[in-house]
Design a protein. Structure first.
Lengths: 208, 270
């Protein structure tokens, strides 16, 4: 988009300020949740190279959450506020997290699930807001997109390493097969059903 | 309730997960630490440092996971520390490989993890890991950087000096946050005291007996002294937020060896 170019087609009913805030707060929930998940998994994961991968990406998700938390404050919400996603998404997420009990499953949830979901949500969000009015949010998304590409590439590199050392790491045939699928995309939920719009923020949802 | 282990009658946090390459031991007696700067001693030093950086990553990550209600700005600091410790681990790992070594070449211990992660309060965790262990790491890095330079290895000396700059920040943010959290919490001084008392108990219980040797026949007590544990990097500690009163305590003859747990108290709480 050129700076002074006439506006392109806009959504028929763009999201209002509160709805945009709800979207960003939900995304912050996912980002802090992933950060904390990686933090829990870092000591629990035996493979050193995967441990280092998770450890590095804790910081990337923290930075994304921080930027979202600052942006949401600009949309009339408390600084660093976040909110739980819609109930169906939350239930599905909790099941996915509880099922991620092996290194390949953990890799798949983050790099095949969370990052593609954020990508998809950004595409959906873009089609539902005025891009100039909400340009500061897009700037946050653009920065994360660069980080997300790098995170995915780093995960692929580590996965290659682990796969080529599977014997030394004592992997079973099943684990080896799961490694081959570890970066395949999985659906962690529908972007249409992610956000619980407009209900008042509960006390716990303001938790930083 | 976190899993624990018993070592010499002391309850410690169970080890973090390790891949099969590592031989995890529970006592300095079973470590293979060498005196001096022979080829194998250099490789072992770097290997141990690599593992210690990974342990620091795990402690910071576990702290983030255990204290989800910590102030967001502190969570950001811990997340940043995780990234720093990852970079340090990778840099040490590269040095291990460049010298013909490999992951798991020497036994490793999870000493700091096992102690720091027993703290059930955020203040206790920051006191043990960042202020005490990483504070000591600052002293050690200044000393080791000089050692490598004297051995003619400017590259490794430069890396360690770079690590030191990062560690100063890890200690500084802990000092800052311990003060802030203490101001809002009347129980905080007790939590600090509890953490320090635990460290003193563990250090005393695990202290090697005089003349005790490690897996390659080195006198463990002598090794502690020769490896720079008595060195205090005052300027770095000043940068990290230690007060002049605290530095005055550290300036007194001080050996933070297991034989002198009282000095650990002073260094931690003053």
């Amino acid at each position: 988009m050129m700076l002074l170019e006439p506006r392109g087609p806009l959504p028929a009913q763009p999201l209002v300020v509160r709805q945009r805030a709800d979207c960003i707060m939900s995304l912050r929930w996912l980002s802090t949740g992933t950060m904390r998940l990686l933090a829990r998994w870092t000591p629990e994961t035996p493979e050193m190279e995967v441990k280092l991968l998770f450890g590095k990406h804790i910081h990337d998700f923290a930075q994304f959450a921080d930027a979202l938390g600052k942006r949401v404050h600009e949309l009339r919400m408390p600084l660093q506020a976040q909110r739980d996603p819609a109930h169906g998404f939350l239930r599905s997420w909790n099941e996915l997290v509880s099922d991620a009990d092996s290194t390949p499953a953990k890799l798949k949830l983050v790099y095949g699930g969370v990052i593609p979901f954020i990508d998809a949500f950004v595409v959906w969000y873009r089609s539902n807001v005025d891009p100039l009015l909400d340009e500061p949010t897009f700037r946050v998304f653009e920065h994360f997109a660069v980080d997300a590409r790098r995170m995915h590439d780093e995960a692929a590199e580590v996965l290659d390493f682990v796969a080529s050392h599977a014997d030394l790491l004592g992997y079973t045939d099943d684990q080896r097969a799961a490694l081959g699928l570890a970066l395949e995309r999985i659906t962690i939920g529908s972007v249409d059903d992610f956000v619980d719009y407009r209900s008042p923020l509960a006390k716990g949802e303001r938790t930083k | 309730m976190a899993a624990t282990k018993q070592i010499k009658g002391v309850t410690l946090r169970a080890d973090p997960a390790r891949d099969t390459a590592f031989d995890v031991v529970q006592s300095p007696r079973d470590m293979h630490e060498y005196v001096g700067m022979s080829d194998i001693a250099q490789r072992q030093r770097i290997h141990r440092h690599m593992h210690n950086e990974m342990q620091a990553l795990e402690i910071a990550a576990q702290t983030l996971s255990d204290f989800p209600d910590a102030p967001w700005e502190l969570q950001l600091e811990l997340a940043r520390q995780c990234w720093d410790e990852v970079r340090h681990t990778i840099m040490m790992y590269r040095l291990v490989l460049e010298r013909g070594g490999y992951k798991g070449e020497f036994p490793v211990m999870n000493h700091e993890w096992s102690i720091a992660c027993m703290a059930t309060t955020l203040i206790g965790r920051l006191t043990l890991q960042n202020r005490t262990f990483e504070g000591g790491e600052m002293d050690l890095l200044r000393h080791l950087s000089r050692m490598w330079r004297e051995a003619g290895d400017e590259y490794t000396a430069g890396i360690l000096d770079g690590f030191l700059a990062d560690e100063v920040q890890h200690v500084r943010f802990a000092n800052t946050w311990i003060k802030k959290l203490t101001a809002n919490n009347p129980l905080a001084p007790l939590q600090v005291a509890e953490a320090v008392s635990f460290l003193r108990r563990v250090t005393s219980s695990l202290a090697p007996t005089p003349g005790e040797t490690n897996g390659v026949g080195v006198d463990i007590t002598a090794f502690t002294h020769m490896d720079g544990s008595e060195f205090v990097a005052f300027e770095d500690r000043r940068l990290a937020g230690f007060s002049e009163d605290e530095l005055r305590v550290l300036a007194k003859p001080l050996t933070r060896s297991p034989e002198n747990p009282e000095n650990i108290d002073k260094a931690t709480t003053s």
